[in-house]
Design a protein around this ligand. Structure first.
Ligand SMILES: C[S@@+](CC[C@H](N)C(=O)[O-])C[C@H]1O[C@@H](n2cnc3c(N)ncnc32)[C@H](O)[C@@H]1O
Length: 251
C-alpha cells in the first residue's frame, strides 16, 4: 500500500469513525460508506445478490464497514468483514461491532465455501493482485457463487495518469479477470445509471467530511488522502474512469 493509500484507508478511516461517533448514530452508515457505496448502488447489489436474513455476507475490503452495515439493516443478514488496514478494522468494529478480520483479499483467511455471498466495493483497483482476489472470493463463497463487485474501470489504459497505487482495469481486462477467476457475468450496471443520492444522505456525508477537514486539515495524512481522492474524482468526472457494478456466479 502506498503512503497516500495508508493515509486514506487507515488514518482517515479511523478519524471518520471518531467523527461519526461524535455526530451520532444517524451518521454511522453514510460515514462508513464514504469509500464508494451509495444507497441506490447498495440496494441494487442487495437485490441482485438476493440477500436475505439467512445469509452470511463477506465484505472484502470493507473499509469503515458502512456497506456491510447498510446490508445488515436492509435485510438483517450477518456480515463478515475482511480489511487489510488496521485503522479501518478498528473503525468498523467501533461503529458497527461486526467481526472484522485483518487480511488482504488475495489470501482470505476463510475456509472454502464458508459464506453465502460476497462483495468487494471499490477494492479491485486498489490491488495489483486482482485475479487472486477474485479467485479467493470464488473459493470462499458457496455455490452458486453469489458475488458482486463495484469496480472502477478505465475507458482506456491510463498509463502514467494512474493515481499512485491504483490499478484501474479496462472493461476488457475486467471481463478477462472474471473469466480467469472461474466466474461468469450475470448482470452489469454502471453507477452512472443509478438514481441520484438522497439529499439527507449526502448532507450527512458532507457533515462528516466538513468535520474531518475542520479537525485534520493541517495534517499530512489528510492532505495526502484528499489529493488522492481528488485525482480519482477528476478521472471520474471526465469519464476516463467509470464505476461499474457486476454481479457474478461460479462459471
Ligand atoms: C475505496 S475503499 C472502499 C471501502 C469499502 N469497500 C466501501 O465501499 O466503503 C477500498 C478499500 O479496499 C481496501 N484494500 C486495499 N487493498 C486491498 C486488498 N488487497 N484486499 C482487500 N482490501 C483491500 C482498502 O484498505 C480500503 O479499505
Amino acid at each position: 500500500m502506498t503512503e497516500a493509500m495508508d493515509a486514506e484507508f487507515d488514518t482517515v478511516a479511523e478519524w471518520t469513525a471518531q467523527v461519526a461517533l461524535d455526530l451520532g448514530p444517524d451518521y454511522y452508515v453514510p460515514a462508513g460508506c464514504r469509500g464508494s457505496g451509495s444507497p441506490a448502488a447498495l440496494d441494487w447489489l442487495i437485490e441482485q445478490l438476493e440477500l436475505t436474513s439467512r445469509d452470511v455476507l463477506l465484505d472484502c475490503g470493507a473499509g469503515v464497514g458502512g456497506p456491510a452495515a447498510y446490508a445488515a439493516q436492509a435485510v438483517s443478514l450477518n456480515p463478515v468483514l475482511v480489511e487489510p488496514e488496521a485503522g479501518a478494522c478498528r473503525a468498523a468494529r467501533t461503529l458497527f461491532g461486526f467481526p472484522v478480520v485483518q487480511a488482504v483479499g488475495s489470501a482470505l483467511p476463510l475456509a472454502d465455501a464458508s459464506v453465502d455471498a460476497a462483495w468487494a466495493l471499490g477494492v479491485l483497483c486498489t490491488t495489483p493482485r486482482q485475479v487472486e482476489l477474485l479467485t479467493e472470493m470464488r473459493r470462499t463463497v458457496r455455490p452458486p457463487g453469489r458475488i458482486a463487485l463495484l469496480a472502477f474501470v478505465a475507458r482506456e489504459p491510463l498509463q502514467t495518469r494512474q493515481p499512485e497505487g491504483n490499478h484501474f482495469p479496462t472493461r476488457e481486462r475486467l471481463v478477462e479477470l472474471i473469466a480467469d477467476a472461474g466466474l461468469r457475468m450475470r448482470e452489469w450496471r454502471s453507477t452512472a445509471d443509478l438514481p441520484s443520492i438522497p439529499t439527507e444522505w449526502s448532507d450527512r456525508v458532507d457533515a462528516v467530511t466538513d468535520a474531518l477537514a475542520e479537525r485534520h486539515a493541517a495534517s499530512e495524512a489528510w492532505e495526502l488522502a484528499e489529493s488522492q481522492s481528488k485525482r480519482i474524482a477528476d478521472l471520474l468526472e471526465e469519464g476516463a474512469v467509470t464505476g461499474e457494478m457486476v454481479v457474478l456466479r461460479h462459471a
